[in-house]
Structures are given as structure tokens and as C-alpha cells.
Ligand binder design. Sequence first.
Ligand code: FEO
Length: 168
Amino acid sequence: MLNKNVEEALVKQIEKEAYSSNFYLAMAVWADTNGFEGTAKWFYAQADEERLHMLKFIKYVNERGGKSVIPSIEQPPYDYKDMKEVFAKTLEHEQYVTQLINDIIAVCVEEKDYTTQTWMQWFVNEQIEEEASVAAINDKLRILGDHSLYMFDRDILAMRGNTPASAE
Ligand code: FEO
């Protein structure tokens, strides 16, 4: 049976992952409506990944004898000044999520729930990867400067390979 405090921490994270998915979906729409096809594809795929994170939490809580709660989600920002702001906010958001993941692990340690702590390791690794890839994109943007956004967009299109964006 899942410890109550651990369950509460995991259920709280369902909302954070759902918000992350919509946060990136709004960025996909921003890119799509500003002519950045590659960036839109990147963010649609990112939104799908966040939805999968949410599902992982939902299923784990249920599987361990807890009960997931599907939350209402706050509206994410939808207007951005430029590409730099979009990716700066993305990095900031991922760093925030990393902190949330660490906080859940702190609850697991406190409650001696080593099963959930081990399960959470997947998210620790995922955050390392996500922060690194978004930091690399920010570096790229800084190097290219404002006048090479077309090239940047082509470049990022290749990062998601040939897999179609969801709902295409
Ligand atoms: Fe679900 Fe990007 O963290």
C-alpha cells in the first residue's frame, strides 16, 4: 500500500505533468502560427512526452493501491516575444520540474518508500536529458543570433527525425 504522503506527492505531480503538456502545446501553437514548422513539431512532440509522464504517474499510483486524481489545469501562457524567450522559458520550466522530482524523492526517503524512490529514478534520468537538450538548443540560438531563425527552425525539425507530429 502506498504511503499517504508519497501518494499525495505523486498525485500532485500528475497536475504538474498535465500542465507541462499544455505549456508546450501552447508553445507549439505559437511556433505554428509564426511560421516555425520545425519548432512547432518539436513542441508538439514535447507535449506528447509530458502527457506520457503524466500517464506514468497516474498508472503507478493506481497500481500501488492509491487513487489518481485527474486535475483541472491552469491555462498556460500563449504569447511570446520571440524564439529566445520561448526556449528560455522552456529551460526554466524543466529546471523547475527537476526540483519537483527531487522534492518527491525527498518525501520517499522521509517515508522510507524505497520502491517508489527507485521507480522515480526514471524521471531523474529524464530530467537530466531534457535539461541538457534544451540547454543545447538555447546555446544554438545564442550562437546563431536573431538573423538565422530560418536555419534554426530547419535544424530543430531534424531533431525530431521523420516521426510525424501527433494528430497529423
Ligand atoms: Fe515531465 Fe519535461 O518533465
